[in-house]
Design a protein around this ligand. Structure first.
Ligand code: SF4
Length: 84
């Protein structure tokens, strides 16, 4: 999975096409590559309970429809996906 600025907790969106990095204060786009200061924001696609079914659609705990880029910071069931 290629991580980009839109997956980083320091990305501040301005609109759909651009944003600002909260660390460097520079203008960036959501699709710029993760840098060495990046930290992942909790999203469904990073959760061990999310199962992808298509590119932009999946299921949470096997029954609820979920989107991979949905923010899951307030989800009580969120758990970071860990690879073995
Ligand atoms: S810290 Fe790096 S990855 Fe995160 S928003 Fe800034 S430039 Fe992007």
């Amino acid at each position: 999975m290629d991580l980009t600025c839109k997956d980083c907790r320091f990305f501040l969106p301005v609109d759909v096409f651009k944003g600002i990095c909260k660390i460097s204060k520079e203008k960036i786009t959501p699709d710029d590559r993760f840098c060495d200061k990046a930290e992942k924001v909790p999203k469904c696609k990073f959760c061990g309970k999310y199962l992808a079914e298509q590119d932009y659609l999946g299921k949470c705990i096997g029954n609820t429809m979920a989107f991979p880029d949905m923010i899951a910071a307030k989800c009580a069931d969120f758990e970071w996906y860990t690879q073995n």
